[in-house]
Design a protein around this ligand. Structure first.
Ligand code: ADP
Length: 166
């Protein structure tokens, strides 16, 4: 029997953007089960609570599960990424790579993670060029200054960000 491939796609998703969703679609092509790990990440002082982010990610991704034929699970975690990966039986960690700016950090993290558990591979995916520059941090910044964010996030997420800002 072929191996049942479990991958995890970890992130803060504060909020989930069209960039995240693009990477998510690409990840679906690589695995039989995709666990989206929403990191608590209190150090980043998220705009949305962990529960809100999990609900948001679940809502925006569950609609694609059936057509993709891939099992999708959205769960939160607040421990070491590698321990989380081991706990859910994942052999693949999916990361999105944007500009050069992401490279240094990802390079170091992947190297260290490989030493922690060499059975788990990190795979980097690039989003479509029209989504590559989207970052959750900038979406929040643009919205705070009254700019339009409709091109960067799904419609319901746009409403939720605007509600938070008041
Ligand atoms: P983190 O706190 O781990 O950076 P994020 O929620 O910012 O979490 O991102 C989760 C993952 O999605 C990361 O691998 C990040 O590089 C990737 N990602 C986010 N936005 C984009 C984008 N526009 N294009 C490609 N990858 C992206």
């Amino acid at each position: 029997m072929a191996e049942h491939r479990v991958g995890i796609y970890p992130g803060t998703f504060d909020p989930i953007t069209n960039g995240h969703i693009d990477i998510f679609h690409r990840a679906l092509k690589l695995v039989d089960k995709l666990v989206i790990g929403v990191a608590a990440n209190p150090g980043k002082s998220p705009m949305f609570t962990l529960e809100e982010r999990v609900a948001m990610v679940r809502r925006e991704t569950s609609i694609f599960a059936e057509e993709a034929g891939v099992e999708i699970d959205v769960v939160c975690f607040d421990d070491l990424l590698m321990h989380f990966a081991e706990r859910v039986g994942a052999r693949i960690i999916i990361r999105g790579l944007r500009a050069v700016a992401d490279f240094e950090y990802e390079f170091q993290m992947t190297g260290m993670n490989y030493q922690i558990n060499p059975a788990i591979e990190t795979v980097f995916l690039m989003a479509d060029p029209k989504y590559q520059t989207i970052a959750s941090r900038l979406v929040k910044e643009v919205a705070r200054y009254g700019g339009k964010i409709a091109a960067f996030v799904p419609e319901t997420v746009e409403k939720e960000v605007l509600e938070k800002i008041g």
